[in-house]
Design a protein around this ligand. Structure first.
Ligand code: GRF
Length: 211
């Protein structure tokens, strides 16, 4: 594939499943609220529902099944080639359920974002909503952060809190957090493209608090 220089505000989105965050980003772009374009959606899971939803909106998609690569890095290299060919400046993980290799993180250093359904550094990893309920916290939420080599680590760009109710189940808490996710991810992407974010150690400066 021919190489394209990263230009405009082009995003590559990595998914593994439902893709509701991807769709929320596409909605914001379509509404003119986010000055960006999704150049490519890649899923490691051929059956990811988000793929069909993206295609229905005319967004190019690609399945790169990790089971067909001998190593994690080989899989990541294939993704990198496709993302670079599409000319993306920013890579957004949106329910991408695989660890990225150090090679991939290094290649796109400072240009990969992730969204997590908890107020990090609390409750990293899977079943974050269940973890929050088990811990008895009264407030949880979501976090958009730069991706580094660790799981759900990396400097935090934005967070939005939601209350935890007495009668919450993991599912009701998930739904409340998801609404916040759909607001906050596009805001973080806009901040990234505004060029005003500075990473200083663990801190990201220049990110306005969610309004
Ligand atoms: C979201 O809760 C996100 O925070 C987490 O995985 C879930 C993906 O949901 N990383 P969706 O595929 O975007 O609907």
């Amino acid at each position: 594939m021919p190489q394209r220089t990263p230009s405009a505000n082009l995003i590559g989105v990595l998914i593994s499943g439902r893709g509701s965050n991807l769709l929320a980003i596409l909605d914001r772009i379509a509404a003119g609220d986010l000055n960006a374009g999704v150049a490519l959606v890649i899923s490691n899971e051929p059956s990811a529902a988000g793929l069909a939803a993206a295609r229905a909106r005319g967004v190019p998609t690609l399945v790169i099944d990790h089971r067909k690569s001998a190593t994690r890095e080989e899989h990541d290299q294939e993704m990198a080639r496709a993302l670079e060919a599409a000319g993306v400046r920013l890579i957004c993980l949106a329910g991408y359920m695989r660890l990225l290799s150090g090679w991939f993180v290094d290649r796109f250093k400072g240009r990969i974002l992730n969204i997590h359904p908890a107020l990090l550094p609390s409750f990293p990893g899977t079943a974050a909503q269940r973890q929050a309920l088990a811990a008895g916290v009264k407030v949880s939420g979501c976090t958009v952060h730069f991706v580094d080599e660790q799981v759900d680590s990396g400097p935090i760009i934005l967070q939005e809190a939601v209350p935890v109710m007495d009668d919450d189940t993991p599912e009701t808490l998930e739904a409340r957090i998801l609404e916040a996710e759909h607001r906050v991810y596009s805001r973080a992407i806009a901040l990234f493209f505004s060029g005003g974010l500075r990473i200083e150690g663990r801190r990201v400066l220049g990110a306005a608090p969610p309004g």
